[in-house]
Design a protein around this ligand. Structure first.
Ligand SMILES: [Zn+2]
Length: 488
């Protein structure tokens, strides 16, 4: 079983295996750890076809691609990729190595762990148990006199110092640094104790990147942005593009009601120019470096992101999530605007023209799902008299659509329905980020214990017995709004 021992349960284990799915081979990296409720397992799925992704496939804009390719054609120096975990750094590094891979070049890597196998490249995995650290591994592979070296990550002074020395002594070195943007990688190296002159001599360029979700092509539609968002992204818009359309996914079955499918990278490439070299002195700030680079044409990744949103690849919400435009001339009001974590969009300010808008005191919205039209009308009458706003659906499928679009505050659903029954409906609601927090009441028939259990197991928060009595319904509903007062 992935080279792991199933009889060992009290020690963390690591394993790997391959699976074939729809003619594609995937590598599975498996890690287990003993936790309070048994063993916890984490499986990373690595798509082997990603290993051979070319630089062109990554989504680097033409201009940045040229900068990066120029750097990779140098005989020596260091190229860094920065970004948080899961931003696609390794894919970029592998693409660079694949481009350089040829029988006439000796390429060696030290990785933790080896994510993809590249034919013709000697890859060494870091082994903390045997004392083979990044620094130690790097030292030993340098003795083999490689042309190109890749070190998985620079996170300590020793690795940084060996990597930069190698970059100044005839090797082309690739590595990653865990910083938010490319200018900060320079200050990080200084923080690790590397002399500024070493950095300025060895560094060729730094790539900064993030992954954003791509809009689902099946449900793509124009996204009318508020003037506040337009104002915020305005400094990044190419001239004349103010009137252009931005896009979003309406959410459909094909994208599992997320509005997104697949991912794409957004990038920035900081080239270490002669004038930037002069600026790399002790105590220089990342901001100062960035400003100087911008004067020479450096564009932060937000720029590439907004361009990709304008081209219809991703949404503005995604750019705000991973690489928000820096606050410059943004008004105070916008600063205080809360961001809805669930949706990643701006919540409309409730304070408008000196008074609270209707949003603050809007009636609670309840979605009732039942295939019995008469019953729906009854519930509607009872609850509307209590000042609740009622929307209805005749089956789970319709209910799911309304739950996503209307974002009700509470859902009441029947168990037996055509198309999609109550159990499936509740399970679907609870499996989606945007709907899982909506409390749900399941309607059951008197004395049907198994239905009650099934409903609660599926994720319903409460149940209510049919036929319904108005007082009981009202009490149950109010309970969810944390108040004994009628809603209004
Ligand atoms: Zn879709």
């Amino acid at each position: 079983m992935s080279n792991m021992d199933i009889s060992i349960r009290r020690k963390p284990q690591d394993g790997r295996t391959k699976v074939k799915y729809e003619d594609k081979e995937y590598d599975l990296r498996i890690a287990t750890i003993p936790a309070s409720y048994g063993e916890q397992m984490n499986i990373r799925i690595l798509d082997q076809s990603q290993a051979s992704a070319s630089l062109q496939d990554l989504g680097l804009p033409e201009k940045l691609l040229t900068l990066l390719e120029e750097a990779t054609s140098r005989p020596q120096g260091i190229i860094l990729v920065t970004g948080p975990t899961g931003s696609g750094k390794s894919t970029t590094l592998y693409a660079c190595l694949c481009k350089l891979n040829s029988p006439s070049k000796k390429i060696l890597t030290v990785e933790d762990p080896i994510e993809f196998d590249i034919p013709g490249v000697n890859q060494v995995g870091v082994e903390p148990k045997t004392g083979l650290s990044f620094a130690a591994g790097l030292r030993s592979i340098l003795r083999h006199d490689p042309d190109v070296v890749m070190v998985g990550e620079i996170r300590d002074e020793e690795t940084a110092s060996v990597a930069l020395q190698a970059g100044m002594t005839g090797h082309l070195v690739f590595s990653t640094v865990h910083t938010n943007d490319s200018p900060s990688a320079i200050t990080r190296l200084m923080d690790l104790g590397i002399e500024p002159f070493v950095i300025s001599n060895a560094l060729l360029c730094i790539v900064g990147q993030r992954l954003v979700r791509k809009i689902c092509e099946k449900c793509k539609e124009p996204d009318p942005l508020t003037s506040q968002i337009i104002e915020r992204i305005h400094p990044f818009l190419p001239q004349g593009s103010e009137q252009k359309t931005f896009w979003k996914g309406r959410r459909c079955e094909a994208c599992q009601y997320t509005g997104y499918s697949d991912r794409i990278g957004i990038f920035e490439v900081l080239r270490i120019t002669p004038s930037l070299r002069e600026l790399i002195v002790p105590k220089v700030s990342a901001l100062r470096l960035k400003q100087a680079a911008q004067q020479e044409g450096f564009e932060p990744m937000t720029q590439d992101g907004i361009r990709k949103a304008l081209d219809g690849h991703t949404t503005i919400d995604e750019i705000f999530r991973v690489a928000p435009p820096e606050v410059g001339q943004v008004s105070e009001m916008l600063l205080s605007e809360p961001i809805d974590k669930e949706q990643g969009t701006f919540i409309k300010s409730q304070f408008v023209d000196g008074q609270f808008s209707a949003g603050a005191i809007r009636p609670k919205k309840i979605l009732v799902v039942d295939d019995d039209d008469v019953f729906l009308r009854l519930v509607e009458t009872i609850l509307e008299a209590e000042n609740y706003q009622i929307i209805t659906a005749l089956n789970g499928k319709e209910g799911l659509k309304l739950a996503i679009e209307e974002k009700p505050d509470l859902i009441i659903t029947d168990l037996q329905m055509p198309e999609m029954d109550g159990i499936t409906f509740v399970k679907k609601l609870k499996s989606q980020l945007s709907t899982r927090i909506i409390p749900t009441i399941m309607l059951t028939i008197r004395d049907d214990l198994s239905a009650e259990v099934k409903g609660l197991e599926a994720g319903a928060d409460d149940y209510l017995v049919k036929p319904i009595e108005s007082e009981r319904l009202i009490v149950r509903v109010r309970r969810f709004f944390n108040s004994t007062l009628p809603a209004n």
